[in-house]
Every structure is written in structure tokens, then in C-alpha cells.
Write a protein that binds this ligand. Structure first.
Ligand code: ADP
Ligand code: MG
Length: 351
């Protein structure tokens, strides 16, 4: 059982400063997700945690003990990559036994370990198969199994689902979450997929250009983003952003609503999530405005409306309604409390 801490970790490759003073604390037994777009430094962070790559400055602590100089084996971490790289000429059993053989475990000791791990992962029936006889999801489990036999203290997973078909991805995602809870091990999971981050993470860290933009519970980050970058990164369809300025009486701009807030800035960006705009007036304090729907898409339980504001700006709305008049002006409503305001630098303004 271990907590993991990065203190002021920096890393450059040549002139490229990939990680910039990264501070992060991951609690014992939690599912932590590091979320960022491609090139943001996620794999570099994992490789440094694993001990496969050296940091330039800063500290890595496992259970408050400095591990900077320890090898991957000494650190007791297991890395699971995007391409699981099972050995094609070995059965599932032999694939799982391989890391133990490398550690000179005797046969009599290996058998029971594999049996136990296979049962945990529900892959006992697959032990005699070869990798080419496995589905993507099964291969994923075997790869996890191979990591698990060494009883690592920490699991490091680098986009482990990205090679899977969309239809099994959510199933494996659920399995992973359940498995992590059962194992009670610390997971550090890296992904560019905000859905994965939202659904898996006890805590999520948003990495952008090697800097941690925000850390917290997924729902807290979603509701209270530190800045417009984070607000846009989480949520699909993404948050609507509009430009507003103070006209002496109210804020008006290219969004559907005019509003008054007590603030000492004349130019702001107003953000509102598609699910927070309604086609029906809800309370006395709602703001009202008009939009012109262009397209509506039925997304199963709800409808996505793609529309224009009267100022000609695109706006997306999620609603329960199905009969949407296309090309006609309709009323929309929202509460000011559901809006997130940003200053000209994109930082969130507390109102
Ligand atoms: P991510 O996993 O978030 O996509 P990476 O950590 O792989 O990002 O890479 C972050 C940045 O560091 C990228 O700009 C990448 O080109 C650069 N980089 C990663 N590894 C190396 C390396 N071994 N040599 C030089 N540049 C690298
Ligand atoms: Mg990567």
C-alpha cells in the first residue's frame, strides 16, 4: 500500500521542457487519472514514476520515501502500456509466468500464483490459449494479469484502452474500475479521453503543456474549472463560450442572454454547459433569450440541438424534448448560477 508524491518534478528533452515543476499527491489505494491531450507529458510522467526515465530536478516519493535513484524493480511498480505486447508464441499461462521466471521463481511457486491471479481476473479458462486466440478485452486482462503476478505496489497504466474497439471499451473500463476496487492498489492511469477520466478517477489531474492545470474530484473540476481550458477539456459536447462586454447597463455579447453581475471588469467570457440551457422557463430568476436551431440529433435518452444565437454564434443545447422546430426562433432559458465566467486571460472569475 503506497501513496505517491511528485514534488517540483521537471524534465526536458533537449530544449523541450516537457514537465514544469509538477506537484502531485496520489493517495494510497486510489484510482488516479492523469488527463491531457497528446504531447502534454503524460507518458513522460509515468516513465519517471516507473523509473524508466530520469527526472532533471524534483523528488519522487513512495510512502514518503525518496525513490529517485531506485530501479523499476526496486520501486515495485507495474507498467501496462497501450499495446500490451503479449508474447505471441507463448500461451496465456506462459505469458503470465514469464516475469516470475525472470525473477528465478521455481515452477512449484509459479503455478499457485498464476492460478490465483487468473481467478481474480476471470481468465482461468484462457490459460492454454495463444494471444491470437484472444479478444481485445481478454488480451487486456492477460496483460494486467502479467503485471499482477509480481504483486506490484503501484499500477501505472498508459492509455491501456485506446487500442480497443469502442463497443468493448466501456465494458473493460467498468471491469478495470471494479478490479482496482477489489485489489485496493494505487492506480495511476493516463489518458487523453475525458470520458475515461470522469468515469474512472477518484481524483483527476489535468495536464497541459507539462503543467498541472487542476487537480480534484472529477465532478468538482467539471463544475468548478480553474480556467477556460479545463472547462472546455471536460464535457462532451463541450461548454459553450461567449464574449461579453459591459454596455453601461448590462453585459451583452454573442450569447443568447444579457445579464447583470457585480464585477469590476468590462470584458468577460461567459461559459454555459449544453445541459444547463433549457427550452422551458424554470424559475423566477431565469435569464431568457432566443436561438435558431439548425440541426437536432437524437442521442438516445436526450436530444442535442445545434443552433445559432441571434448574434450568429454557434450554441449547443441538450434537452429532453424531441420535437425541435428547425430554422425558427425559439426561447431558451438559463440560470446565472450555472454560468462560469472567465477573464480575458481565461481564468475563472468568482462571482
Ligand atoms: P503524452 O504521453 O501526453 O502524449 P509525452 O510524455 O509522450 O506526451 O511527450 C511529451 C513531449 O515530450 C512531446 O512533445 C514529445 O515529443 C516529447 N518527448 C517525449 N519523449 C521524448 C524523448 N525520448 N525525446 C525527445 N522528446 C520526447
Ligand atoms: Mg503518451
Amino acid at each position: 500500500m503506497v501513496n505517491v508524491e511528485l514534488q517540483k518534478v521537471s524534465k526536458s528533452y533537449g530544449k523541450v521542457n516537457v514537465l514544469k515543476n509538477l506537484d502531485l499527491r496520489i493517495e494510497d489505494g486510489e484510482f488516479f487519472v492523469l488527463l491531457g491531450s497528446s504531447g502534454s507529458g503524460k507518458s513522460t510522467t509515468l516513465n519517471i514514476l516507473a523509473g524508466l526515465d530520469k527526472l532533471d530536478s524534483g523528488k519522487i516519493l513512495f510512502d514518503n520515501t525518496l525513490v529517485n535513484e531506485l530501479s523499476p524493480i526496486e520501486r515495485g511498480v507495474a507498467l501496462v502500456f497501450q499495446n500490451y505486447a503479449l508474447y505471441p508464441h507463448m500461451t496465456v499461462y506462459k505469458n503470465m509466468a514469464f516475469p516470475l521466471k525472470m525473477l528465478n521463481y521455481r515452477k512449484e511457486r509459479i503455478g499457485p500464483i498464476i492460478k490465483e491471479v487468473a481467478e481474480k481476473l476471470d481468465i482461468t479458462a484462457l490459460l492454454d490459449r495463444y494471444p491470437k486466440e484472444l479478444s481485445g478485452g481478454q488480451a487486456q486482462r492477460v496483460a494486467l494479469g502479467r503485471a499482477l503476478v509480481r504483486d506490484p505496489k503501484i499500477f501505472l497504466l498508459d492509455e491501456p484502452l485506446s487500442n480497443l474497439d469502442a463497443n468493448i471499451r466501456s465494458k473493460i473500463r467498468n471491469d478495470l474500475k471494479i478490479m482496482q476496487e477489489e485489489l485496493g492498489k494505487t492506480f495511476v492511469y493516463v489518458t487523453h479521453d475525458q470520458m475515461e477520466a470522469m468515469s474512472l478517477g477518484d481524483h483527476v489531474g489535468i495536464l497541459h503543456n507539462g503543467k498541472l492545470e487542476q487537480f480534484g474530484k472529477p465532478i468538482d473540476i467539471y463544475k468548478h474549472p480553474n480556467n477556460a481550458f479545463v472547462a472546455t477539456f471536460l464535457g462532451d459536447p463541450e461548454i459553450n463560450l461567449f464574449s461579453y462586454s459591459w454596455n453601461g447597463k448590462s453585459f451583452d455579447g454573442d450569447g443568447p442572454f444579457n445579464f447583470n453581475i457585480n464585477i469590476n471588469i468590462s470584458k468577460i467570457t461567459m461559459g454555459i454547459r449544453p445541459e444547463n440551457i433549457s427550452l422551458e422557463k424554470k424559475g423566477a430568476n431565469t435569464m431568457a433569450g432566443k436561438i435558431i436551431p439548425k440541426v437536432s440529433e437524437l442521442l438516445g435518452s436526450h436530444t442535442l440541438i445545434v443552433a445559432k444565437t441571434l448574434a450568429g454564434k454557434d450554441i449547443k443545447i441538450i434537452t429532453d424534448m424531441t420535437d425541435i422546430p428547425i430554422g425558427k426562433e425559439i426561447n431558451v432559458y438559463a440560470n446565472i448560477e450555472d454560468c462560469i465566467m472567465f477573464d480575458e486571460q481565461g481564468e475563472t472569475i468568482n462571482i
